[in-house]
Design a protein around this ligand. Structure first.
Ligand SMILES: [Ca+2]
Ligand SMILES: [Ca+2]
Ligand SMILES: [Ca+2]
Ligand SMILES: [Ca+2]
Length: 457
């Protein structure tokens, strides 16, 4: 009797403070989750209100079975006690019950189930089961500004889109130009939109709509090649009935390139030496063009070699000194797993030349660039500064490091290598007076000079 008095006082207090005026309940009964509650609508008890509390994002399974002889209304209400999450108006008879049996995905909070008398009275059963989602997301994360930072090492991110939560944003920081592999596995019933957004918080890098259900998940798995920067992964539902869980993993693998951006115009062309050293570059989602320049000091044979991993194609060109005319160009087809090679070979006069690597479509990937040179200019003819009697010693100057050879007719008599200053000395067996000898200089690229003729005294 005393206990009952306290309960009445408590209920009166609740009514006085007006907590539940909007649901207009005579009393609110706390539901035990997972337990079937049996009650009835009578001519006196025209409205029953139940509440339940979720500590974590949960999927609730709501079962309302009515034996009322006529119409009854049943609404699931949000924490504000006003907003209707789900509404039903059911007609049944005592021997022909009607059923609401469906799930809702809900954020933590207090919810209400309100049963209202319609045209009849009678019994009903109500059961709310709740299954908590295990997530590692942190709400609220519903915009780029609120985005939750996640790792890019392939760690699995678990999230939920619910009736209350229409979007999840994750922030991804890429330190170096990388291939970013991502897998988005949706259990969201039955459609959700997922996209990668650029650091401007607007531009879409990639997007996809995924159809799935909790029982048959579906995944979107792909990669994007990105420059260093901040990006977002966004999950947003199409309607408040498209809810459920998902898994997201993002793994960034740096390309290990030595290219320095910006190099996306001829004025920004990165200077490289034609020394045969390999350079590594990238055409990415953010980057459409790479320009390089190289200097030719002496007319030389130049080799430009580009090995492309860009799928499925890239445009390549070697540009003349004027910066406009392309001396050679091609579309090169390749992919990450089967690179392809293109060569340009030509004899170039002194000047500055350019190499252009240009994106086709939205094809991205890495490439290797090597520029090497071969000297095609013959040395000048050796200059003899001293010639001893009988031709026993010949000394003079020739191109540094070139090989100086002396001939009698077509017979090679001797050879020596000029030092780094170009000085050389040749020692011969004594020759008859007036013997005619020819000297040539041959450089390291096997270019041969014109002959210098000397007459033995
Ligand atoms: Ca969420
Ligand atoms: Ca959210
Ligand atoms: Ca570039
Ligand atoms: Ca680049």
């Amino acid at each position: 009797m005393k206990k009952y008095g306290i309960l009445v006082a408590l209920m009166l207090l609740l009514q006085v403070v007006g907590t539940f005026t909007s649901v207009n309940a005579e009393q609110v009964t706390q539901l035990t989750l997972g337990t079937t509650f049996k009650n009835e609508i009578t001519t006196d008890e025209t409205e029953d209100v139940y509440s339940f509390t979720l500590e974590k994002p949960s999927r609730i399974q709501l079962t309302f079975k009515t034996y009322v002889d006529g119409y009854v209304g049943a609404d699931l209400l949000a924490s504000d006690e006003v907003t209707i999450i789900g509404s039903n108006n059911l007609y049944s008879e005592p021997n022909s019950p009607e059923l609401v049996n469906r799930f809702y995905d809900l954020e933590p909070g207090v919810y209400y189930y309100q049963i209202r008398k319609g045209s009849g009275t009678g019994n009903y059963d109500l059961t709310v089961k709740a299954t908590e989602y295990s997530t590692n997301e942190i709400e609220w994360n519903n915009s780029a500004i609120e985005a939750q930072s996640i790792k890019n090492d392939g760690t699995k991110q678990l999230g939920v889109i619910t009736w209350n939560d229409d979007a999840d944003f994750y922030k991804i920081t890429i330190d170096k130009p990388s291939r970013v592999n991502f897998t988005f596995k949706s259990y969201i019933d039955d459609y959700v939109n997922a996209e990668i957004i650029s650091s401007d918080e607007v531009t879409k890098v990639a997007s996809n709509g995924i159809y799935a259900t909790n029982a048959s998940p579906n995944q979107w798995s792909n990669y994007v090649d990105l420059e260093a920067g901040v990006y977002y992964f966004k999950v947003d539902r199409a309607s408040d009935s498209n809810t459920g869980k998902y898994e997201l993993s993002i793994k960034a693998t740096p390309f290990g390139i030595d290219e320095k951006e910006p190099n996306s115009g001829i004025d920004e062309a990165a200077k490289i030496l034609p020394n045969g050293i390999k350079h590594y570059g990238l055409i990415s989602w953010n980057d459409n063009l790479d320009y390089y320049k190289f200097q030719v000091n002496k007319t030389s044979k130049i080799n430009v070699a580009i090995k492309s991993y860009i799928g499925d194609s890239v445009y390549l060109a070697v540009v003349n000194k004027d910066g406009v005319n392309q001396m050679a160009n091609t579309y090169l087809y390749a992919n990450s797993n089967s690179p392809n090679l293109w060569h340009y070979n030509g004899v170039l006069s002194p000047g500055t030349y350019y190499v252009l690597i240009e994106k086709t479509g939205d094809n991205t990937g890495k490439y290797e660039l090597t520029i090497s040179t071969k000297d095609t200019t013959p040395p000048t003819a050796p200059k003899v500064t001293k010639l001893s009697s009988q031709g026993k010693l010949i000394s003079g100057k020739a191109e540094a490091n070139s090989t100086v050879v002396v001939y009698l007719g077509s017979k090679k008599l001797a050879s020596t290598i000029a030092n780094s200053k170009g000085e050389f000395k040749l020692t011969l067996k004594p020759m008859k007076k007036n013997t005619k000898l020819s000297l040539y200089a041959v450089d390291t690229s096997k270019n041969k000079s014109k002959a210098t003729t000397i007459i033995v005294k």
